[in-house]
Design a protein around this ligand. Sequence first.
Ligand code: ADP
Ligand code: ASP
Ligand code: MG
Length: 595
Amino acid sequence: MSLIVQKFGGTSVGTPERILSAARRAVAAKQAGHQVVMVCSARGKKTDELIDLANEITQNPQPREMDMLLSTGEQEAVALVAMAISTLGEQAISLTGEQIGIITDQTYTKARISQISTDRLKQELNAGRIVVACGFQGVSENGDITTLGRGGSDTTATALAAALDADECEIYTDVDGVYTTDPRIVPEARKVTRISYDEMLEMASLGAGVMHSRSIEFAKKFDVALRVRHALNENEGTLIAATGEELARSVTGMALVRDEVRVSLCDIPDRPGVMSLIFAKMAARKIPIDMVVQNVSANNKAEVSFTVPAGELAETLTAAQEAVGELGAGSVLSGTNLAKVSAVGLGMKSAPGVAARMFRKLADAGINIQMITTSDIKVSVLVDRNLCEQALRAVHQGFQLDSAKPAPELSVTKSKAAATARASEHEHLAEVVGRLSSMEDIVVSEVVLDDGQARITVHNVQDRPGISAELFEAVAEAAVSVDMIVQNVGRNSTTEVSFTVDAGDLDKGLAVVQKLQQRLPGSSVSHERDIALLTVSGIGLRTHTGVGERMFRALADAAINVKMVNTSEIRMSVVVARQQGAAALAALKKVFGLK
Ligand code: ADP
Ligand code: ASP
Ligand code: MG
C-alpha cells in the first residue's frame, strides 16, 4: 500500500475552515487508498506569540523551558486536526514528537534528529488511522522535549517520509510552490516547476524561508521527492528532486537574509591553526557562520571576517573575544544593519561572467557591495539593509528570472555532462548515506584537489558602487574564467578584492587587472602563482557547524596555513600553498574517513 506524508504549515491550519480543508485533503488521500501521515505546524503566528510571551517574562529564557513552551503550539494544532478528520468520518490519532518516535540530541531550540522509531506510527497506520503528527518537536535521550529550529516542521515531514519510505511528501503552504525569489518581496517572481536538491539547499540556507534547509538535507540524503503546493488550490506546485529544470539558465533563484551582522577579527597572527581556533569557538556554540573572508596578509597579521544571523551576534562576539584572547593578539569589530543577497544556480558552473553580471546590476542601481563570497553554484553579496529589497529586485530583473523563457546561455552538451556528473554523485552519496548511524549526521562525500590555480588580489580599491562590476567584466571579457571571488570588508574607504583563476590564465588575468588598476588611484595588485584549491563536498556543510571545525583542525594539525576560504551548504573550499596541496588532501580525506 502506498504511503503519503502531507505537511501543513501555520497558515494552512490557521483557522477552523482551514483546519477542515486540510483534514479534507488527508481524508481524500486515505479514501483514494493511501496510508496518510499528516505533519502540522502551530496555527498561524502561534510560535511567534509564544516567543513574545516568554520575552515579556524574561529576556533570557532557559532553552529547555522555551522548547517546553513552543512545543505546545503544535500540540494544539494536531488535536484540532484529528477532531476535524473524525467529523469527516475517518479515524485519526494525533501524536506528539515523542509518540512518533523522533529522538534528538539535547541542543534545545535547534536540536538535530538522531533516530526515528516508527513502530507506533506503523501500528496506527495499519489499524487504518490517519496519523496527525506534531511537526518541529522531538524528545532527547533523557526524555526532555526539544524543538528543531524555526521552520522545523518541514524537517519532521521529510524525516518521516524518509523513515517510512513514503511514496510522496507534500508540503502544503501559503504560496503555489518555490519561486525564483520570495514573491512577497518581488511580485514578478516566477514559480519554478522543478528545482534540484542542491539549488534548494543553497537557497534555503541563504534565506529562502519557504523550506527549512535541513529538510532538504534529508530529502537529498534519503532521496525523498518533495512537492511544495498551495494548501488552498489544486495547482501542481514545485517538485524538489535530484535534478532541476533543464533550462538554459545560469541563475535559478535568489534569496535574502535581512538581518545579517558581520564580525571581524583584526590584527590576528597569520599562522596555521588560526582558522581552526575561530571555527571551533563558533562550532562549540553551534553558530552557523557564512561569507568567510580572510584578507591576504600583510606583515604577518591577518584579518578574518564572516557573517552570522543577527540573533547570534552576542554569542558570536563572546566566542570571537575568546578566540582573540587565546591567540594572544587582535581585536574584534562588528557591523550591523546589513543584509545578504544571494544568487543560486547549478548553471553557474558552466556559465562564465555570472558574478560580473550580478555586480553590474547592483552598480547600476547605485548599490555598494560590502563583501562578496562565491561558491561554484552561488554568489553572495553583503549590502546595506535599507537597500536589500532594491538589490534583490535589481538582480532578479537583471537575470530575467521573471520571464519563462530566458536567453540561452549554456550549451546543451555542457548541461548533459553536468547531469551525468550529478547522477554519479548521487550514486556515490547513496553509498555514503548507507553508513550513517545518526539521521542528521554530517555527510562528506568527496574531497578534491585542484592544484592548477593562481590568485590575483587588488588592494586598496576605493569602496564605491561599480568597482567589482568593472573588474569582473574586464576579466570576463578577456575570457579568463574566475573560480573563487572574495571581497573584504571596507576599511578607511578602501577594500580588497581577491579571486582565483586557472594558473594558465594568470598572466592574461594580471594584464587585464593591471590595466584597470591604473585607473584606480592608490590601488596595487599582488598575485600568487602557486596555490592549490581543496574542495570538500557533501550535504549541510555550513549548517553543521562542526564540518568547518574538523576541516580546519585537520589542516592545522598538518601545519598547513589557510589562505582563502569559502563556504556553502554543499561545498567548503580552502586555498593553500601548492606544495602543501597533496598533504592537505591527505589530511582532509583522513579526517572525513574517505579513501
Ligand atoms: P509555512 O507556515 O507553510 O511553513 P512559511 O511562511 O514557512 O510557510 O513559508 C512560506 C513563505 O515563504 C511564503 O509565504 C513566502 O513569502 C516565503 N518565501 C521566501 N522565499 C520564497 C521562495 N523562493 N518561494 C516561495 N516562497 C518563498
Ligand atoms: N511552528 C514552528 C515555527 O513557527 C515550526 C514550523 O512552522 O515549521 O517555526
Ligand atoms: Mg515554514
